[in-house]
Design a protein around this ligand. Structure first.
Ligand code: FE
Length: 186
């Protein structure tokens, strides 16, 4: 039998989604896999670059890599899933995929600082994790963040992330997005 160590990175990702993707996405009414597929579908519909579509699919892969309980944020723990995910992704994928993933929590802290409509529509689990993630950015932090070369992609990902929480929404399958992953390999 094939083990994780012998699988290529895309095989490992597909395996993670197939075996763990049915766990609940934070405190939301959808699964990790549904959330990932919805985010990637929104990016594809917006004609995003292939690496950004792939980033949307993988933005929460850190949640699938660790063994914390799914309700970790409620126990006062920030699982730092964006750092965990990015560290693994950097071994295999281009920075145009990895950087928006790494920055997607920073993008939320940025948007909460500059966009009150965004801040007010955050779901309750997302509001709770925001506190653990450091709260909204200061004006100085926000100005610095705008200088980042992947700033725009990180913001786009974050808005699709936030919108990708619709129970029972039909999307293309996981397999549909494999071509975007292949296009984003190192
Ligand atoms: Fe997410």
């Amino acid at each position: 039998m094939e083990t994780a160590a012998t699988l290529d990175p895309i095989g490992i990702i597909l395996n993670k989604f197939r075996t763990r993707g049915h766990s609940r996405y934070g405190g939301e009414a959808i699964s990790q896999l549904e959330h990932a597929l919805q985010a990637a579908t929104l990016a594809e519909q917006a004609d995003a670059a292939p690496a950004l579509i792939a980033a949307c699919l993988l933005h929460d892969v850190g949640h699938l890599l660790h063994d914390l309980p799914e309700d970790a944020p409620y126990d006062g723990l920030d699982d730092e899933h964006e750092q965990l995910g990015a560290a693994w992704l950097y071994e295999h994928f281009q920075s145009a995929l990895v950087e928006p993933v790494r920055l997607h929590v920073a993008a939320k802290r940025y948007l909460c600082a500059v966009d009150s409509i965004y801040a007010n529509q955050l779901s309750e689990p997302s509001q709770q994790s925001l506190v653990l993630q450091g709260g909204p950015m200061t004006p100085a932090q926000a100005g610095h963040f705008e200088e980042h070369p992947h700033f725009r992609a990180a913001i786009d990902l974050r808005r699709w992330d936030e919108a990708a929480k619709v129970p029972q929404l039909a999307t293309p399958s996981l397999e549909h997005f494999v071509a975007y992953l292949q296009a984003s390999l190192l």
